[in-house]
Design a protein around this ligand. Structure first.
Ligand SMILES: [Zn+2]
Length: 367
């Protein structure tokens, strides 16, 4: 560390040497500075009024100088003061520039980098189709109903005119809840095999007129294959009012199919059987792939079977007669369709299993 020496004499040579030594020390100390606190220590060491290097120079060299040398020493001391001040200012600038550079470098933001991709989820195709079907009927003034998936024998079968031991029950392989043997038959629990129980549940609480669609999950003891699944979705519909006829049923469903598949689609109705409707019908739509010409998808018939429907059986109204459903005064129609079946057609999907496997490569196509 540099200390201010006493001058041996005041010759030009001695003064030159002392000045050169001091400037060399100043220069080397400047180069050691790294941080702002280094710089403050450095500044105080050289500039402090009390005992700073310049003060020492003033005291040791100038004040002690003999009169003839005072003028020359004074000039040199002033020059040194200017040099020291300049060096301190320059060092300050360098330290601040480098710390600002460092901060900028650490905060560097490359706006050309690609952003973080966050994929946005979409509705599952089955839910999307279910919502579409519901929307078609909502536009016709239907409201939406829901019911429990674990249902009693009474609501799932008995009140829909499936008497105990009736063979029609065999068409819906049912998943029963275990340990129900102690209960009366009509109270035993099962997973609902169709959304139809919500028809009865709705009519129990709402007197006629009723216009309702019932979307939901149903369960059957079917092994999984290309067109069957033990869990699938249905949309059920029910309209009850005075003077409802089979023409209303046909008109309603024909309109719904045109809304779902396009205005060129035709519908036709074939006699069928369901315990809770009489008469009952299967409805077919003209093949949406070939327009009715005949192709592999419609087995060259030009028609595709799509849903079951019919006029509500008076026996069903008997179960809710107490709430104003007198079959001599009112009538109604009901229909039910499988959502997966319509989704398979609409999206030309080969197997129902694709809807449940959760394979992102499949689902991404619907994004
Ligand atoms: Zn076809």
């Amino acid at each position: 560390m540099y200390t201010v020496p006493k001058l041996e004499d005041y010759s030009q040579h001695a003064l030159d040497r002392a000045v050169v030594d001091l400037l060399a020390a100043l220069d080397s100390e400047t180069r050691e500075l790294r941080t702002d606190s280094d710089w403050k220590t450095f500044r105080d060491r050289w500039m402090a009024r009390k005992n700073g290097v310049l003060t020492q120079v003033n005291d040791t060299w100038l004040k002690a100088a003999p009169s003839p040398a005072k003028r020359d020493v004074g000039r040199r001391v002033n020059e040194l003061k200017t040099r020291v001040e300049a060096a301190i200012e320059e060092a300050h600038g360098k330290i601040h520039a480098s710390s600002a550079d460092a901060r900028l470098a650490s905060e560097r933001l490359d706006i050309t980098l690609p952003g973080i991709h966050r994929p946005i989820g979409v509705k599952h195709p089955v839910l999307r189709v279910m919502d579409e079907i519901v929307a078609v009927f909502k536009a016709m003034g239907y409201s939406v109903g829901e019911g429990p998936e674990v249902e009693t024998d009474y609501y799932n079968f008995e009140s829909l005119n499936f008497p105990p031991n009736h063979p029609a029950r065999d068409t819906q392989d049912t998943l029963f809840i275990a340990g129900q043997e102690q209960k009366p038959a009509r109270d035993r629990l099962m997973l609902r095999t169709h959304t139809s129980p919500v028809q009865i549940r709705t009519m129990e609480v709402q007197p006629p007129p009723v216009r309702i669609v019932i979307p939901g999950k149903v369960h059957r003891n079917d092994p999984l294959d290309a067109t069957h699944s033990p869990v699938f979705h249905q949309v059920e519909g029910l309209a009850v009012d005075t003077n409802i006829t089979f023409c209303d049923l046909k008109g309603t469903l024909d309109h719904a199919m045109k809304a779902l598949f396009g205005s060129s689609v035709k519908t036709r109705f074939y006699p069928s059987f369901f315990p809770f409707t009489e008469p009952s019908a299967d409805m077919q739509v003209s093949c949406i792939f070939c327009g009715g010409q005949g192709c592999r998808k419609c087995k060259f018939s030009g028609w595709i079977e799509l849903l079951g429907c019919g006029m509500v059986d008076p026996n069903v109204f008997e179960f809710v007669k107490h709430n104003g459903y007198d079959s001599s005064k009112i009538s109604g129609f009901a229909f039910g369709m499988g959502v997966e079946r319509i989704a398979l057609l609409k999206y030309e999907v080969e197997s129902i299993q694709l809807f449940y496997e959760g394979d992102v490569r499949f689902l991404e196509q619907f994004a």
